[in-house]
Design a protein around this ligand. Structure first.
Ligand SMILES: Cc1cc2nc3c(=O)[nH]c(=O)nc-3n(C[C@H](O)[C@H](O)[C@H](O)COP(=O)(O)O)c2cc1C
Length: 397
């Protein structure tokens, strides 16, 4: 995977900088061409001459003291990937904030290629809220995060913050060039519970937290898909997730149907109201007016709408049941889905608002495949793998 690739190794100033020399070696052995950029602090821990000798090219150390008038843009354009190893807390902060005040940060900011970040620092620095915030930003900016792990740190300390070993970083770097199983796919996911207005203040709603749908969106995006997440709740930040915020079943239907046209897969995990107030009141209802009479009307059937589309995407529905999965089996046979994910929301650790889920897959012939209780992200990863396998076997719908 690395043969013939051009990799920039960006070294910042922590004790783990000595491992950057080994990492350069490993990347070169894997067949890639390596150039380095080093911060001033990195040069206190690792000699630039060592990196020059290992890679055959002197590291870029300064933005202004070079023959190249614009070393950061030249290096960024040359790179197929950048690995920041070790990434100090200071460098992580610069990258998260776009603070390009040196050759390393300017190179990363000027780059369009994948960036792998391998943090290394003492546990206190790693667990500081500022570092946590900065790491979340890098993740949502699309950086691939490599480590750290828990282990021996400088000065005899021990704990989370130890940089991954060069071989492990090499593996993650190679993964950047390996296409995910959903690479090139368009996937639409719905999440959360809809809210149907009674008046401008109140609504008819449900207990869905959106955690399961959000997890599916992240798993599909991590697998390489371009995801449209139609949601009523706060969405995860991910460079491959496009968020469409909605509130009512009607808004969700319009957004899902628009996104499903031309999509490869639709995973409809949202809890959509079946009925809505027929005549929402424009002004606020007052207690003094007495209890209102609320007439309900059906909402659009989003799943049926996608199922009826010409060239419809591979369609996965969700069904929340109480006590028995019979209703879900009936839904799988009736609704024109390719796969139904059912759960019994009355079971402890399963369903609305929980961190875990115990689901059963149901196919249109009524066959059931129960899965063990897993975290919602683990269910989502397994579901994405299942969709890839089944859609691949069936060809696109
Ligand atoms: C002995 C020593 C070891 C250090 N190790 C680390 C480290 O592992 N991680 C880190 O984030 N900072 C470490 N620092 C602090 C950084 O060197 C310092 O924050 C520096 O400004 C980082 O600059 P840079 O990110 O531009 O390379 C260390 C400092 C010293 C003196």
């Amino acid at each position: 995977m690395l043969a013939g690739r051009r990799v920039v190794l960006a070294v910042s100033g922590g004790v783990a900088a000595f491992k950057a020399a080994f990492l350069a070696r490993r990347i070169i052995e894997a067949g890639a061409d390596v150039r380095t950029v080093m911060t001033d602090s990195a040069c206190r821990f690792l000699g630039p001459q060592t990196m020059a000798a290992l890679t055959g090219t002197p590291p870029v150390l300064d933005l202004f003291d070079q023959e190249d008038v614009s070393p950061h843009t030249s290096l960024a354009r040359w790179a197929d990937a950048i690995v920041v190893a070790p990434a100090t807390a200071a460098t992580i902060s610069r990258l998260a904030n776009g603070l390009s005040d040196g050759a390393l940060a300017a190179t990363v900011l000027a780059a369009k290629c994948p960036v792998v970040v391998a943090p290394a620092m003492h546990t206190e620095m790693w667990e500081h809220p500022a570092t946590t915030r900065n790491m979340a930003t890098l993740r949502s900016d699309g950086c691939v995060i490599a480590g750290p792990v828990s282990g021996a740190l400088a000065g005899g300390d021990e704990g989370p913050g130890r940089m991954l070993e060069p071989e492990q970083i090499l593996e993650i770097l190679a993964g950047v060039f390996t296409p995910g199983p959903m690479e090139g796919w368009r996937v639409v996911v719905s999440a959360g519970g809809t809210r149907e207005a009674i008046d401008p203040v109140r609504y008819v709603g449900n207990r869905s937290s959106g955690k399961m749908g959000n997890a599916v969106a992240v798993a599909a995006a991590d697998a390489g898909a371009a995801v449209t997440l139609v949601t009523t709740v706060a969405a995860p930040s991910h460079s491959r997730i496009d968020v469409v915020p909605v509130e009512s079943a009607q808004e969700m239907a319009e957004a899902v149907w628009a996104a499903a046209t031309g999509s490869d897969v639709a995973v409809l995990a949202a809890a959509v109201a079946d009925f809505r107030p027929a005549d929402p009141v424009t002004g606020k209802l007052r207690r003094a007016q007495g209890p209102p009479e609320i007439n309900l009307e059906p909402t659009p059937d989003i799943l049926a709408g996608v199922a009826a589309m010409e060239n419809r995407p591979y369609l996965v529905g969700f069904a929340a049941e109480v006590g028995s999965l019979e209703g879900a089996i009936d839904k799988a046979q009736r609704k024109g889905v390719d796969l139904l994910v059912a759960n019994d929301i009355a079971k402890p650790g399963s369903g609305f608002g929980t961190e875990t889920n115990e689901v059963t897959l149901i196919t249109p012939d009524g066959a059931t495949l129960p899965w063990e209780m897993l975290s919602k992200p683990a269910v989502a990863e397994k579901l994405v793998a299942e969709i890839v396998r089944r859609r691949g076997a069936a060809g696109s719908s």
